[in-house]
Design a protein around this ligand. Structure first.
Ligand code: PMV
Length: 335
């Protein structure tokens, strides 16, 4: 009997307004809405799904490593895969092979990229015909930020208010051509796996940080400012709110007990270098933002790329620099 192989490609996203904290752990419902830019295909996850009656059982390999269904990091992947198989009413076994072309678990949203691409590839492999909204809701339940990587361009994840999470999904606000001058320059300062996962980290923050109580309201205000800045293509204003939102999220991490510190000395030097450059020009031409890791994302525009690169070359300890424009979201490459 012939096996069917479906291959899809997808990318991480970088949040301009961050998600950090859930109101429902199981369904992954956030305390605030968030906004991100989907990266382009130069930074990608490629996922192949094989459907077959001849396989012994379901399996998932990520970067050549077999995932154990009972492990903390993979049980969601397996349960979503079972759920999607049930939707398709198939008793075939599934083998998933997923590869990232960038460091996993180091603050480049590998879980977002991997989870979104998996859901996208499974829906194609199983001929499920799901809408992007439905895919976003499914991806959200593996890893929150994954719901944004179902779309390209500039994407908002609406927090929703319903208990069952049916109104908590991402939507595209602006497509990848709207502000195609925007770029993310990623300064990799470490490829080590993070010591505390975002899942565990944000739970501790919600439980122990007094400062976190103000976070949902601040994030919602920042979100409005960011959308306004994008609508007006006002980079100076966008840069300001991106940096303030990153600072605010990392402040709540610091305020967690025991404190969570993802940024390191090199990250802090990059923050200073960005501020010095912007100050010297009396205009914000670039913005730093950090996820749950020490690697810096510098959001800027193509016209200022050289200036930002010169700035980064002055910072000692950066291992690699990646560049990405605004991506168009996941797509099918083989079926
Ligand atoms: O979706 P998770 O569980 O990987 O959490 C991501 C959280 C941040 O990357 C820090 C912020 C965000 O909105 O992407």
């Amino acid at each position: 009997m012939e096996d069917h192989i479906t291959t899809c490609i997808g990318s991480p996203n970088i949040a301009f307004i961050k998600y950090w904290g859930k109101r429902n752990e199981e369904l992954i419902l956030p305390t605030n809405s968030s906004l991100s830019m989907t990266l382009d295909e130069s930074i990608n996850t490629k996922t192949s799904v094989t459907l077959s009656k001849n396989l012994k059982g379901d399996s998932i390999f990520i970067n050549m490593e077999e995932q154990k269904p009972e492990s903390k990091s993979a049980y969601k992947l397996f349960s979503i895969m079972r759920y999607m198989k049930k939707l398709a009413s198939t008793d075939k076994k599934i083998s998933v092979i997923s590869e990232n072309n960038f460091p996993t678990s180091s603050g480049i949203a590998s879980s977002a990229s991997g989870s979104a691409t998996l859901v996208y590839a499974l829906s194609h492999a199983l001929n499920l015909n799901l809408s992007q909204r439905e895919l976003s809701i499914i991806a959200r339940q593996i890893s929150g930020s994954a719901c944004r990587s179902i779309f390209g361009g500039l994407v908002m994840w609406e927090r929703g208010i319903l208990e069952d999470g049916s109104d908590s999904f991402a939507k595209q606000l602006f497509d990848n051509n709207y502000w195609s001058d925007l770029i993310d320059i990623i300064a990799i300062v470490s490829v080590d796996k993070k010591k505390i996962s975002s899942r565990a980290g944000m739970k501790k923050t919600v439980e122990t940080s007094p400062l976190y109580k103000t976070r949902p309201e601040i994030a919602e205000i920042n979100l409005k400012t960011a959308i306004q800045a994008i609508t007006n293509k006002n980079f100076d204003e966008l840069a300001g709110v991106i940096m303030r939102d990153s600072n605010n999220m990392h402040a709540t991490m610091r305020d967690t007990y025991p404190p969570i510190v993802y940024m390191n000395d090199i990250s802090n030097q990059i923050v200073n270098a960005v501020n010095v450059l912007n100050d010297s020009l009396s205009e914000k031409i670039c913005a730093y933002t950090f996820d749950a890791g020490p690697n810096a994302h510098i959001i800027t525009t193509k016209s200022n790329e050289n200036m930002v690169m010169n700035m980064l070359h002055e910072v000692k300890g950066i291992k690699t620099i990646l560049h990405s424009g605004v991506g168009f979201g996941p797509r099918l490459i083989q079926k």
